[in-house]
Design a protein around this ligand. Structure first.
Ligand SMILES: *Cc1c(COP(=O)(O)O)cnc(C)c1O
Length: 378
């Protein structure tokens, strides 16, 4: 059986010394030594000024909205994992969906201004599949209308634009270290921010709002990363470049073999053979992480629907995934919203109907990649 992804795990014996250290420290959570080391190592690896690590990405999203005191309405995208919009509902905020561009599936910056009302307080875009949003446009709109800007960067571990981490854009960026992501700590997540004060505020919020023993600054939550996760993250960092290089190799092979099949579209950015490619939108140099390999199947041209291909692969033991189908806006807690109606999010609907994310992970065997390709070529 071949799944869409398989978590990368470092050699088990290399983790034992970390566990022995934790047993010696008897400091299991609450900003322990590994937690501190992990945050420092992440700042260095990612090239970001401040980071606060979390027990998972969803709690990081929830806390980011609290940290900026976001209320009312937030402009977001229907083409994402459901946690993006759920974080708004959990904060009593109304999501306002805008459509995505038809190529990358990122929020269409030209549609944002029409969605702004008196109640709008923030924009929450997603860098889908690790492809950067048009952050220059989006930032200009946020500034013009005095809106906060939070990026769901769950797919973006290590992604850079012209050498700068994509997580440096916006007021805050959220990462996920879930088992299915490029970089995992089993479960985990983080918020990237720009100032020491904001990091302190976020650190307080993830620990019930405690500033010190006797002061509670807000109704915070418990979203702390524990020492086992943090130690594991430190070890994972030693292998991440290797893991991404293996993904790159697979992505390039898929690209080479699938580029000329009528009815199958790849994301343009993958069509260049070096790690740096030109984004069609803004022509910036991107260092990718090869987190996903989405293809888009046009039933008319290919002769089979995406769902037919999905089912056929399954019968061969290949579990590709339809990220992101169904759209968030079609789930029952969102579908009543005016902005969730199909005519407002047409591009997102088309992508959701056509997308199939192919298996890609460091230990995926070449023979399996070839098998998937030959099944698609038939
Ligand atoms: C994975 C993911 C999340 C949630 O992260 P968890 O760590 O699983 O809570 C949020 N947004 C997007 C876009 C994701 O892919």
């Amino acid at each position: 059986m071949i799944n869409v992804t398989q978590p990368y795990l470092p050699p088990l014996d290399e983790f034992t010394p970390y566990l022995e250290q934790i047993w010696k420290n008897k400091w299991l959570t609450n900003n322990g030594p590994f937690h501190q080391q992990f945050e420092a190592a992440l700042c260095e690896y990612l090239g970001v000024p401040y980071i606060s690590v979390f027990s998972n990405g969803t709690l990081a999203l929830l806390t980011a909205l609290q940290a900026l005191d976001i209320k009312g309405e937030v402009i977001t995208t229907p083409y994402s994992f459901v946690a993006t919009a759920h974080s708004l509902l959990w904060n009593n905020i109304t999501p306002v969906f805008v459509d995505v561009d038809p190529i990358l599936g990122n929020m269409d910056a030209t549609k944002i201004e029409d969605a702004i009302t008196e109640k709008t307080s923030a924009i929450l875009p997603v860098h889908v599949y690790g492809n950067p949003c048009n952050h220059i446009e989006i930032n200009a709109i946020a500034k013009k209308h005095n809106l906060k800007l939070i990026y769901d960067a769950a797919h973006c571990f290590g992604v850079k634009e012209n050498g700068i981490s994509i997580c440096n854009y916006g007021d805050l960026s959220i990462l996920s270290f879930h088992a299915t992501k490029v970089f995992n700590t089993f479960e985990g997540g983080a918020i990237v921010c720009h100032t020491k004060e904001m990091k302190q505020h976020i650190d307080d919020l993830k620990n019930f709002g405690f500033r010190n023993e006797t002061t509670v600054i807000a109704a915070g939550i418990n979203a702390k990363m524990n020492e086992v996760q943090a130690a594991f993250g430190l070890l994972q960092l030693k292998y991440i470049d290797q893991a991404i290089a293996k993904r790159k190799h697979i992505a390039e092979f898929y690209t080479k073999e699938l580029s000329n099949i009528p009815g199958i579209r790849l994301i343009d950015s993958y069509q260049l053979s070096t790690i740096n490619y030109q984004l069609p939108d803004n022509c910036k140099l991107i260092t990718h992480n090869y987190s996903y390999f989405p293809i888009f199947i046009s039933e008319q041209e290919y002769g089979k629907s995406r769902d037919q291909v999905y089912e056929e692969l399954k019968t061969q033991g290949i579990y590709a995934r339809r990220y992101f189908y169904p759209l968030i806006s079609d789930f029952p807690m969102y579908s009543h919203l005016l902005s969730a109606q199909k005519n407002n999010v047409q591009h997102a609907h088309r992508l959701a109907e056509e997308v199939l994310c192919l298996p890609i992970y460091p230990d995926l065997e070449q023979v399996d990649v070839e098998k998937i390709i030959s099944l698609l070529q038939k």
